[in-house]
Design a protein around this ligand. Structure first.
Ligand code: HEM
Length: 404
């Protein structure tokens, strides 16, 4: 057994048993962050805060939500929204956070792509990040089922139908996922379980993995500079704080993060109190009705770009391209063949690739929301083809990139 001495205080007592001093150093005061990074590096913390808001508001909603097809709709729209004091507030916080979290995820992802933060030992940060993206997508979809309105029901129907695999007709698989021929009680019950338990647990584990993956390679910086963290950390600890290229995660970097988080929360609560409507589809304020298909069925804004990649093609090709769009971002560290982990604007052709990808995904998102008629469907078709072509071109253009 280890050698325990009489503790000088509570901190020392805990330290002897849990090595809290060491943990604090590794995770906080001697976790070194480069100085030359901008506000975009605060998005990770903004995501942590938004996830916390989702968990807390979700716990309050869970106290009154009833996961049965007869009562779910009323428990949300009547009990929570009208009867429970401040129930509306928790619902607005949850709905707005569920939508805004994707905006921040996309900013965070594209920041990583722009600065090449997925390269040279940072692959696991990227892969765990993409797993988080998938987990958040599943969390958003399962949550969308819970109010059991028209869009819940029909989006549930359309998305689960995709698992039939087009002309493969794997209808048995679809029924297995639903637990019935159509979305009904078994479907609502299992999506409720996924939404409140299994997926949040997976997200928490993945956030742990994401943070762990950051610890050894450290975060990138906005110049793509190779920093010798040991040397710079020594400089800092020896007292040359101004000359060192790094700072402590806590409290130096955290205080900068919190400044951005503060500005974000003002924007967030402005949306919660004055502009929450954007996060709630009006059609979902009608109770689910399996006999009445809504005129337009479309997903929430954050899924529209991939939906638009599915829509212009026949069912089989559409499904293949949709699957391609879901997985291709995960492979980015391996498809980008260039050794340069520097900002895109210093990488020649890659800069064009980056901006075209970003604008094209915005165009796909806009077209996904519009009805499938000309000129929108033609623009959507061209954008979808461009999206695929860009990914196929990536290994080629990056293998010719000169070292900078
Ligand atoms: C949704 C939950 C997520 C949380 C809570 C989260 C959290 C964080 C935090 C705290 C950092 C360090 C500071 C920063 O660079 O912002 C970070 C870095 C990073 N994250 Fe995420 N992240 C999430 C999702 C993602 C996704 C979807 C991706 C994309 C694949 C991603 C890719 C990265 C990359 C590449 C870095 C390293 C940045 C660098 O080295 O400069 N993360 N993340």
């Amino acid at each position: 057994m280890a050698n325990f001495t009489k503790a000088t205080g509570i901190k020392d007592w805990l330290d002897q048993r849990l090595a809290i001093d060491k943990v604090e150093k590794v995770m906080m005061s001697e976790y070194w962050i480069p100085k030359n990074i901008n506000f975009l590096w605060a998005m990770g913390m903004v995501l942590v805060i938004t996830f916390a808001l989702l968990v807390v508001s979700g716990i309050f909603l869970l106290m009154y939500y009833v996961p049965t097809v007869d009562e779910a709709f009323n428990s949300v729209n009547y009990t929570i929204m009208r009867e429970v004091d401040f129930g509306w507030l928790w619902r607005h916080v949850h709905g707005v956070a569920a939508s805004v979290v994707f905006l921040i995820i996309y900013i965070h992802m594209f920041t990583g792509i722009y600065y090449g933060s997925y390269k040279k030992g940072r692959e696991m940060i990227w892969i765990s990040g993409m797993l988080l993206f998938v987990a958040f997508s599943a969390e958003a979809f399962s949550g969308y089922m819970l109010p059991w309105g028209q869009m819940s029901y029909w989006a549930g129907m359309v998305i689960t139908n995709l698992f039939a695999g087009g002309s493969l007709h794997a209808d048995g698989l679809v029924e297995w996922i639903r637990g019935d021929y159509v979305p009904a009680q078994a479907f609502l019950g299992r999506f409720f379980m996924l939404h409140v338990l299994l997926i949040p647990l997976a997200i928490m584990g993945l956030i742990g993995l994401h943070f762990g993956a950051l610890r050894i390679p450290h975060v990138n910086n906005q110049e793509g500079e190779e920093i010798d963290f040991d040397k710079e950390a020594k400089k800092y600890l020896d007292g040359d704080k101004a000359g060192s290229k790094v700072m402590r995660f806590a409290n130096d970097f955290m205080s900068k993060d919190m400044m951005v988080v503060g500005v974000y929360l003002v924007f967030f609560f402005y949306l919660v109190f004055y502009n929450y409507g954007f996060a709630m589809d009006p059609v979902n304020f009608d109770p689910a009705d399996g006999l009445k298909t809504p005129a337009h069925i479309y997903p929430e804004w954050y899924f529209l770009w991939s939906y638009e990649i599915l829509r212009p093609f026949g069912i089989d090709l559409g499904l293949i391209l949709f699957a391609f769009a879901q997985v291709i971002f995960v492979l980015l560290p391996f498809l980008d063949r260039s050794p340069n982990a520097v900002p895109a604007n210093r990488r020649g052709l890659f800069a064009i690739w980056f901006w075209v990808m970003l604008v094209n995904m915005i165009v796909l998102t806009a077209m996904g929301k519009l009805p499938p008629e000309d000129p929108f469907s033609t623009i959507g078709f061209v954008s979808a083809v461009l999206f695929v072509a860009q990914w196929l071109a990536l290994p080629i253009i990056t293998s010719y990139e000169k070292k900078v």
